[in-house]
Design a protein around this ligand. Sequence first.
Ligand code: S3P
Length: 171
Amino acid sequence: MSRYVLLGPMGAGKSTVGALLARRLGCELVDTDVRIAQETGRSVQQIFAEDGEAAFRRLEREVVQRLLNDPSARVIALGGGAVLDPGTQIALGETDGLTTVFLDVPASAAPRRIGSGAGRPLLAGDATGVWLRLLAERRPLYERLATVVVDTGQRTPAQVADAVLGVGVGT
Ligand code: S3P
């Protein structure tokens, strides 16, 4: 039975599509940002503000690795920057039965997807500009780590979920 890991930039729809996928597969979505918040009792925003990005990345690495080692976690939505961690990169490649999906977003859709960047500490200030820069930096990682790439530009979340499950037309 395949397990799905959703990768991609902020605003790609990882949580929305992940929830749809999980429902269709009859399981729960595990969203790493939500899991980190549950385990620490603090929001992602608070962790960034109080402890900084490096501390957030350590928590994220631990949570992601634990989830990848847990076969009951069948649909996992990763935070946009989780792929930066070398250990996570290796684990994604080595975990059996994973379908890793890059939810790609055309640059033109950025303003609509991320709005002012509220709730996303890395997007403070020039949200669209930062988002574009981060996606350009991370795109090679998403592409290398993904076994499936789905362009979300012209698709509804349900159509993206269909494409992930292989019942849509093309990817
Ligand atoms: C981040 C993405 C966020 C969250 C944090 C950092 C990033 O998750 O993990 O704000 O570095 O791209 P989403 O991609 O779910 O918004």
